[in-house]
Design a binder for this molecule. Sequence first.
Ligand SMILES: C[S@@+](CC[C@H](N)C(=O)[O-])C[C@H]1O[C@@H](n2cnc3c(N)ncnc32)[C@H](O)[C@@H]1O
Length: 225
Amino acid sequence: MTIPGEEIQTQATPDDNVYQENIAFWEKAWSGCKTPYTQLPTLSYIARIPDELNKAKAKRVLDLGCGSGWLSVYLARQGFDVVGVDVSAQAIYLAKTWAEQEDLKITFDVGDVADLKYADGNFDAVVANSIFEHFPLKQALEMSAKVHNLLNDKGIFIGCFDKVGGGPGEYYTLADGTHVYTDKGRKGMLLRRYSPEELEKLCAGFATMTSDEVDAGSLFVVATK
Ligand SMILES: C[S@@+](CC[C@H](N)C(=O)[O-])C[C@H]1O[C@@H](n2cnc3c(N)ncnc32)[C@H](O)[C@@H]1O
């Protein structure tokens, strides 16, 4: 049995089971939401996202792990051409419903970020809000390499990495520091907090990268090719 907050350092490498159980957690979590929650979150950095996109002259944007679509909707309202992708079919249903209600043309796809079907160079920008936190480091590094490929040669990546994993809960810890939750409410969910060094590694393929602290220690990252 895992004691709340206990850190069991296992030698386990993030295997496919751990990855798939995280996906199952999210599908279950989203299945409890039957109608879209059509409010934007109160995040201090929200307006910085379109500002950075505009500065980079980005138009076509991929919203990675878009959930029920708030960021896609927010950006589409401002004229960006947005594709949102999430592994949860229910989250995508909610996102599509919201976009239809506002008559916004957004493409929403069900998809696993580890296996995205978009062509390389297809996007001017990739945005990722609170999504990399849910992957072991190995997969996160693979994802960031894929993100780099999806961007055109002037592409920009904008990510917010939350300061997670410090609260109560029952979990064990993978060798790379990722928490695997075992309590009833979050069984299977993965959470990892990135160190500045790990963020540098994620963005290693980019020509520039800045990161600054926002909202209770979250890190707002902008990287360009
Ligand atoms: C914390 S939520 C963030 C959602 C949204 N970006 C936001 O800011 O509200 C994490 C999202 O990642 C999605 N997700 C988890 N694993 C995924 C995967 N392998 N591929 C795509 N999406 C995934 C979940 O379904 C969930 O919607």
